[in-house]
Design a protein around this ligand. Sequence first.
Ligand code: SAM
Length: 232
Amino acid sequence: MRIDVVTIFPTFFDVLEVSLLGKAREKGLLDVRVHDLRDATTDRHRTVDDTPYGGGAGMVMKPEPWGHVLDGIADASDAAETDPVFVFPSPAGERFTQATAREMAHEQHVIFGCGRYEGIDERVFAYAATRGRVRLVSLGDYVLNGGEVAAMAMIEAIGRLVPGVVGNPASLVEESHEDGLLEYPSYTKPASWRGYDVPEVLLSGNHGRIAQWRHDQQVERTRERRPDLLAD
Ligand code: SAM
């Protein structure tokens, strides 16, 4: 899977060199390329923002550098056949969920455009739609300073679903949100620690009872912590 990221803070993504995603990059399962939006500017100050039409606080990201850098990515010979999807992190976008991550893990080519300031000139989204599919995606109902943290979270959630990235695929199945419920509680050795005991059923060796207990715990936890998921 190829992932391009456009940002004014490329070093944010250095962290993609470590852990499972770093290994996936080494193995060639993920091809991540980070682009500095300022490299697509033409003025001495490498300006990427300007004041908003209509007035108001803050600055807006100018369309020209975006057009230039998105064209560069979409025109690249190895991108021509991949039908890219442009993902612009935005608090005003659709909600990013495990289902979104699963969908995107099937894509061949995802391009993240990280906004800053008050966001990106709206025309950039219309233009990107002429070069591929466009999704504005929100990490949650709060406002971050920029799209980098959101893109990082999405890349990790998507990347770990790409076949081969997580060693044991079974561990992806029994996770929170995979079946619409939160995951059951997990324990490891020792069986007793500082007066807290592992639930007896998990020591019983009775797989049927364990499966039933885990399912009951999932439902109970979800009812307590995320009743909205049960309603869905
Ligand atoms: N003025 C924008 C609004 O009210 O919708 C917020 C701009 S925010 C300060 C700057 C950038 O951070 C956005 O362009 C977006 O890329 C990113 N961002 C902020 N909150 C986000 C969220 N919840 N999910 C995804 N991206 C977010």
